[in-house]
Every structure is written in structure tokens, then in C-alpha cells.
Design a protein around this ligand. Structure first.
Ligand SMILES: O=P(O)(O)OC[C@H]1O[C@H](O[C@H]2O[C@H](CO)[C@@H](O)[C@H](O)[C@H]2O)[C@H](O)[C@@H](O)[C@@H]1O
Length: 245
């Protein structure tokens, strides 16, 4: 993340509760963003570091209370906890089975695994697919999803970025509020689940980042990261001016 973007996100987070929801592992996202002012949800929302409100609607066994550097309490919510041992096994098997295919990158995203094949020769795609399927066959509680030159292995639980958004709204005390305007910005196919949540609430701004027209559940669009940056700067400025009036 650029320093400019980081400072814009920090400014937005000074005025509004802000969270970053990503397919990458939560630790990795924190390493990119390096802001203590925002909440983080990694592994497509299967690893959430959120506010410490008591929750009625979620299983307490997936929640762990912890303290941040400043001694403030937060809650880690990990609804796919029991899949971790199998994920570790799969990672090893995938590394081993794909080691002869040049260009493959197996990414450990903690509660899911990404198999990147951007650098793989096209004629090797089918061999890679075969290897991935042969590992997956042994783990019936997992399924594959497809992205841009990446295949992801995920636990088969009903949980995605949309659920993570609802969870965060809930823990922030906004789940049943009708006078809030959540803004969700995303460029990935997996962000569609979160756009859908805002659509069905009939509330807020689902914003897709894309330079070309795309089929989407988002209602608004920004063309690229530079437009996202301008949007965030304006949002923070508007909040600053409104709060000083
Ligand atoms: O949920 P996001 O934060 O939008 O993350 C989605 C995926 O991002 C990463 O993959 C993307 O970047 C790769 C290059 O760094 C590119 O090859 C791939 O096509 C992109 O999807 C990340 O590596 C994945 O694990 C995330 O799921």
C-alpha cells in the first residue's frame, strides 16, 4: 500500500469505523496496511479481528478475546478453526505434488490456499489442475473457487466476505440500524458477496473498482486505485468539515 493510500485510509478511519476484508491472510494484510486504526478480516472473512461487543448471533466457540498493543480489547472470530490441521496437510501435499511444475506459487492464506498459475506455461495448466484435484479429492470438506490466474481451496462452510461484512456491522452495533451508510469498495470477484449484502439491506454504497464495465452487484464504480484514493481523501475531508460545523 502506498503511503498516500495509507494516510487516506487512516484519515477515513479517524471518522468512521473502517475494516479491510481480504482473501489474503490477516497477518499479511496487516503487513501491507500497517494501520492500527482499522479492523482486519483475512482469508475471505474467515479470520476477523473485530470490536469486542457481546454477540448473540454467532457461535462463541469461534471467538477469542485478546488485547491490542494499547491494551484495548478486541475479538478474533475464526469460523473455520477446525479446518486448520487439514489445511496444513494440504499445503504440504500441494507443494510436493506441484514442485515439478515451473512457475506455480502456493500461497498460504491461513484458512484458505491460493494456487497461483500466472507464471505457469499454458501447456502445463491441465497437469496442475489434475494435481490440485488429486489433493482436493482426499479432503471432501473443501472446495475450489477460481480467480484471475489463481485457484483457491476453501473450507466448505457458509462464510464469505458478505458474512464478514455482516459480522462487522453486527459487532459495531449497526446490524439493525437503518440510519447508517456502509461503504464497501472492492475489485475482486469475491467482493460481490459483500456488494450483495449492501444491496439486500438497501443501504449504503457498494462500489466496484474496475476500468471496464463488468457484471456486478455494486451500484457505483471507481475506475482504478487513484480514483479510490481521491474518493477516500474527499470522504475524510467531508467528515472533517461536517464535524467542525
Ligand atoms: O481479497 P483481495 O484482497 O482482493 O485479494 C484477492 C487475491 O489477491 C491476491 O491475488 C491477486 O494478486 C496476485 C498478484 O499479487 C494475482 O496474481 C492474482 O490474480 C490476484 O487475484 C492474493 O494472492 C490472493 O490470495 C487473494 O485471494
Amino acid at each position: 500500500m502506498s503511503d498516500l493510500m495509507r494516510s487516506a485510509v487512516r484519515e477515513v478511519a479517524r471518522h468512521f469505523p473502517t475494516a479491510i476484508i481480504s482473501g489474503r491472510s490477516r497477518d499479511k494484510v496487516y503487513e501491507f496496511v500497517k494501520l492500527d486504526e482499522v479492523y482486519y478480516a483475512g482469508s475471505h472473512g474467515m479470520d476477523i479481528m473485530g470490536p469486542p461487543r457481546p454477540l448473540k448471533s454467532y457461535d462463541g466457540k469461534y471467538q477469542t478475546r485478546a488485547l491490542d498493543k494499547k491494551g484495548d480489547e478486541y475479538v478474533i472470530f475464526q469460523p473455520a478453526q477446525e479446518f486448520l490441521p487439514a489445511i496444513k496437510e494440504m499445503l504440504m501435499e500441494l507443494e510436493e505434488k506441484t514442485s515439478r511444475i515451473q512457475g506455480v506459487l502456493i500461497e498460504d492464506n491461513r484458512f484458505c490456499i491460493s494456487v497461483h498459475y500466472r507464471q505457469v506455461q499454458e501447456e502445463e495448466y491441465s497437469i496442475l489442475e489434475e494435481k490440485v484435484q488429486s489433493v482436493l479429492k482426499k479432503y471432501p470438506c473443501f472446495h475450489l473457487t477460481r480467480g484471475k490466474k489463481v485457484t483457491e481451496i476453501r473450507p466448505s462452510i457458509k462464510w464469505n466476505k458478505g458474512h464478514a461484512l455482516e459480522y462487522l456491522l453486527d459487532t459495531l452495533g449497526f446490524l439493525n440500524s437503518n440510519d447508517i451508510f456502509p461503504v464497501y469498495i472492492g475489485d475482486d470477484k469475491t467482493d460481490e458477496d459483500a456488494f450483495k449484502v449492501l444491496r439486500s439491506r438497501g443501504q449504503g454504497y457498494p462500489i466496484i473498482v474496475s476500468s471496464i464495465p463488468r457484471e456486478t452487484m455494486a451500484s457505483y464504480s471507481l475506475r482504478d486505485p487513484s480514483e479510490v484514493l481521491s474518493f477516500l481523501i474527499r470522504l475524510a475531508r467531508w467528515a472533517e468539515i461536517s464535524s467542525s460545523q
